[in-house]
Design a protein around this ligand. Structure first.
Ligand code: AP5
Ligand code: MG
Length: 199
């Protein structure tokens, strides 16, 4: 299956992507994680991306699209994938559609995780990551950067919801509740009800 997880910062994309990709046996591909790995590794890509990420802005489309094309060309993406954080602009959505068309493929479903802003801010301000044995805040989870990320989402990413709705691919999911409850709703939207209850 080829799936896109759409949703604002803090909606639970990364959390759900790991669980659902595991259930479906496809790789979870997070552009944010790939950028962060490049920032830690101080690669050229990481140095370029860091400036935008630290400001809460999007990395330019040409950099992001080239990176995703490379990732989707890896052998593990052949049988499908779950994209977390891509596409994030209409231009990225069009590029993805074009690449898929060239391969005679299409997306199976786009799942939008819906959470109101107050809860997003609460989740992001409480998030900590384990780095080198220490719990630290993600660089872009500072309150002023979170505000900017939410603004960027509203302006540049939210229009993708209508873009995929017009293609008949969109499922909007209430992403408030326990992680397990949200997983069950997503699995149902993917036509796999009950799958996440197996374990
Ligand atoms: P990215 O890493 O994609 O960040 P984001 O979209 O802002 O979203 P987050 O990762 O912060 O949130 P999430 O939805 O994954 O939620 P999570 O599961 O962690 O992007 C970072 C930056 O990279 C961008 O700003 C941009 O600069 C760049 N970038 C990335 N992709 C790009 C692209 N395509 N184009 C251009 N630039 C790009 O959950 C959040 C918290 O909530 C966690 O603590 C979690 O434990 C908790 N939580 C999860 N589910 C629940 C629940 N049900 N109830 C309560 N708490 C929950
Ligand atoms: Mg994430």
């Amino acid at each position: 299956m080829r799936i896109v997880l759409l949703g604002p910062p803090g909606a639970g994309k990364g959390t759900q992507a790991q669980i659902i990709a595991g259930e479906l046996g496809v790789p979870a591909i997070s552009t944010g994680d790939i950028f962060r790995a490049n920032v830690s590794g101080q690669t050229d890509l990481g140095l370029k991306a860091k400036v935008y990420m630290d400001a809460g802005d999007l990395v330019p489309d040409e950099i992001t699209v080239a990176m995703v094309k490379d990732r989707l060309a890896e052998p593990d993406s052949k049988a499908g994938y779950l994209l977390d954080g891509f596409p994030r602009t209409i231009a990225q959505g069009e590029q993805l559609r074009g690449s898929l068309e060239q391969l005679g493929q299409r997306l199976d479903r786009v799942v939008e995780l819906v959470v109101e802003e107050e809860e997003l801010v609460r989740r992001l301000s409480g998030r900590r990551m384990l780095v080198g044995g220490e719990w630290v805040q993600r660089d872009d989870d500072k309150p002023e950067t979170v505000r900017r990320r939410l603004e960027v989402y509203r302006e540049q990413t939210a229009p993708l919801s209508g873009f995929y709705e017009r293609e008949g691919l969109l499922s909007r999911i209430d992403a408030i509740g326990t992680i397990e409850e949200v997983t069950a709703r997503v699995m149902t939207a993917l036509g796999q009800p009950g799958r996440s209850d197996d374990s």
